[in-house]
Design a protein around this ligand. Sequence first.
Ligand SMILES: C[S@@+](CC[C@H](N)C(=O)[O-])C[C@H]1O[C@@H](n2cnc3c(N)ncnc32)[C@H](O)[C@@H]1O
Length: 296
Amino acid sequence: MIDGTGDAGLGSDSTGTDGAFPDILTFVEDELSFATSHYNDSYLDRRVSSRMRRTQCETYEAYFKKLRTNPDEQEALLEALSINVTGFFRNPDVWSGIRTILRRLSENTGTVRIWSAACADGREPYSLSMLAHDDPKIDESSVTVLGTDISTPALETARKGVYEESRTVDLDEQLTFLDDYHRYVDVDDRTFRISDEIKQNVRFRRHDLINDDPKSGFDLVVCRNLFIYIDNAYKESMLKTIARSLRSDGYLVIGKAETIPPTLKSAFTVCEARLRIYQRDGKVDHAGWPDHHSNP
Ligand SMILES: C[S@@+](CC[C@H](N)C(=O)[O-])C[C@H]1O[C@@H](n2cnc3c(N)ncnc32)[C@H](O)[C@@H]1O
């Protein structure tokens, strides 16, 4: 079932699917309390297949047997299913677009309220705060950033604001979006510590974009690189939560590989299509939308 690209062929009998894939998902949902139903099948299949390769299981059935009886493998699969890849100033061209928005908001608004939704370990909200401090056209004292995520361990790292460089993670390169990031980050060998000055504009809270209530009054919501993993029906409910949380004409930035579903296109106008920057259309009344808790 595992093809040359390393991806398993879900449901493709020609590649030997043995029908145990849905059983694996039910087990993960019921016994390991991970909401597989929120994620799209191809994402789940890739993660399960990757564990199958690591454990030399040739069929879903063989892997299911291992998973049921092996607590270490249960933990490893949960770890593989957590999507926590992030970075400082990820996709630098998008950050140039964010800079333009922050300048505009800083000029026109007394306070600039930003929500970094699904912020993982905090590098995205800290990038927002660093950008506000670094750009002379942005008044950093007016900027507040709320970072939220569903993952409590990710938020613990975020609150500490301490990151370790590794063989695969080049923090120095990520931070070179700024001319001199050393003003905002103390570097000691391979440890990168966010300064108190940058931290003071940023708060962290746990928030589940599928099940928790919308927020309100944000000037900018940055929610990137989550929707690609999410089942379409839930993606729509997440975007409704976000739209409700934005003030009229507030900005939304999503991931470069992500799109707004056709049913929600009327709620946003496009600012920069290539950078996936939108503005909440104040004319659209969301009162008629179904309650955000009425998920499929
Ligand atoms: C790939 S990271 C994206 C991090 C950051 N936005 C970026 O682009 O670098 C996706 C994050 O979404 C979080 N997440 C997954 N499901 C979520 C949900 N229902 N509500 C809020 N966050 C969620 C994960 O814990 C993870 O930290």
